[in-house]
Design a protein around this ligand. Structure first.
Ligand SMILES: Nc1nc2c(c(=O)[nH]1)N(C=O)[C@@H](CNc1ccc(C(=O)N[C@@H](CCC(=O)O)C(=O)O)cc1)CN2
Ligand SMILES: Nc1ncnc2c1ncn2[C@@H]1O[C@H](COP(=O)(O)OP(=O)(O)OP(=O)(O)O)[C@@H](O)[C@H]1O
Length: 184
């Protein structure tokens, strides 16, 4: 199982790199997301790593609707994710694992909506991540958050194998459309 996941991660990184380099596109917020964006709602976004799908247009729509925007912060593969508020004038700092992150001395707040990076997803809304379990642990800690995967359409696979700790997403948004609750 661990080896299968490692092989699949490598294959999905290669597919994603090729897609982003040759086709790409922008990921726009579908109506189902816009409907949830309002003052008092905290939305976590992320700074894309490599050729990850870019959630920036969605984060801007959330900000325009009055949401608080937060970004994840980790100190290692083992450390839990913490979320810190982000404003357009906030500098980002180089973190571990090639990440660009907010400083960890600003206001901390947990998201109501988690825009989630991923390597692969399937039609049952299972998700394969980077393999550190960072978002799996977020989802366990924040069971009431709305979990929305952000991806390129080529990251969709048939029947992902799941582990007992995997928490399915509520929806996925790609450049080609949305599925699950993100499409309703
Ligand atoms: N943009 C982004 N931010 C994120 C995540 C993510 O997946 N993407 N995370 C999700 O958990 C957390 C950080 N966890 C991470 C865990 C492992 C690796 C990692 O193994 N990176 C690979 C190369 C990454 C790539 O190009 O896809 C490496 O270092 O070899 C990266 C982030 C929080 N912030
Ligand atoms: N809720 C949890 N509490 C503690 N450890 C966890 C939890 N969820 C996952 N882990 C640990 O994280 C490791 C990686 O899990 P997995 O391969 O499913 O990561 P992933 O979902 O691909 O990555 P990520 O969530 O970081 O994007 C596993 O060894 C697992 O034991």
């Amino acid at each position: 199982m661990a080896d299968d996941k490692r092989t699949l991660r490598a294959r999905m990184r290669a597919l994603r790199d090729e897609f982003a380099m040759t086709i790409g596109g922008t990921i726009e917020p579908p109506p189902a997301l816009l409907a949830r964006f309002r003052p008092g709602v905290t939305v976590s976004t992320y700074v894309p790593l490599g050729s990850e799908a870019d959630p920036t247009a969605i984060a801007w729509a959330a900000r325009e609707a009055g949401c608080t925007i937060v970004l994840p912060h980790v100190t290692s593969r083992e450390s839990p994710v913490r979320f810190f508020a982000w404003e357009p004038d906030h500098a980002l700092i180089d973190g571990p694992l090639g990440l660009r992150q907010p400083a960890d001395d600003g206001p901390e707040s947990d998201p109501d909506i988690v825009l989630t990076p991923l390597l692969a997803f399937d039609d049952a809304l299972n998700r394969l991540g980077q393999g550190a379990g960072h978002y799996d642990r977020v989802f366990e800690r924040l069971p009431d958050a709305w979990r929305i995967g952000i991806a390129w359409s080529v990251q969709r696979v048939e029947g992902l194998a799941t582990d007992p700790w995997d928490v399915p997403l509520h929806g996925v948004v790609t450049e080609a459309g949305a599925i699950g609750e993100a499409a309703e």
